[in-house]
Write a protein that binds this ligand. Structure first.
Ligand code: 5GP
Length: 175
């Protein structure tokens, strides 16, 4: 058991199992994108651990940037604006792979797709360590999934509860 603030979490997915799944994802990316030179965009904060493990298994000539989605309220007429920060390179004509920690409802993935669709990419793919198929509400294809999990709240392997737990190498679920 792990206690984070007021909540207890029990072991759920071991580090060994996660790393096996990450290797499978890397294998698929290496074979699907053979001959290409993709740009990986790791979405902070949660994806840092998955990004590091995944990149060690990628054998393509590739680049990586760390980005963050930032939402703020614009003028009264424009409502909430979502911006991608940390992207300092031109992606025109590039093959881009988003690295996410977990895809839940798909809201994040949808916002990223909207932003990247305006950038004249060659292609755009999504890789996530964890995917909750029963929570997902979007039509955007999630191309590479480490593991599918039920609609439970998990921490560890980059995922936090109120800022804590990102350092845990195994994944834990609310007890
Ligand atoms: P979505 O936009 O797909 O609903 O949610 C994606 C984001 O919600 C993730 O990047 C993550 O920050 C957070 N999230 C979704 N499910 C979980 C979960 O089970 N545990 C934690 N710690 N964060 C989650």
């Amino acid at each position: 058991m792990v206690t984070l603030k007021d909540k207890q979490f029990k072991p759920y997915i071991s580090s060994d199992k996660i790393l096996e799944a990450v290797k499978e994802v890397a294998k698929k990316i290496n074979s699907d994108l053979a001959g290409e030179s993709p740009v990986f965009l790791a979405v902070l904060n949660g994806s840092f651990m998955f990004a590091a493990d995944l990149m060690k298994e990628i054998n393509l000539p590739c680049e990586i940037s760390f980005v963050k989605l930032a939402s703020y309220h614009g003028t009264t007429s424009s409502g909430t604006i979502t911006e991608l920060i940390g992207l300092n390179q031109d992606l025109t004509g590039r093959t881009v792979i988003i690295i996410e920690d977990i895809v839940d409802t798909g809201n994040t993935v949808e916002k990223l797709a909207e932003i990247l669709n305006n950038k004249k990419l060659k292609s755009f793919k999504i890789a996530t360590a964890f995917f909750k198929p029963t929570a997902y509400t979007k039509n955007i294809k999630v191309d590479y999934v480490g593991m599918e999990i039920p609609n439970d709240f998990v921490v560890g392997y980059g995922l936090d509860y109120d800022g804590l737990g990102r350092n845990l190498k195994d994944v834990f679920v609310l007890a």
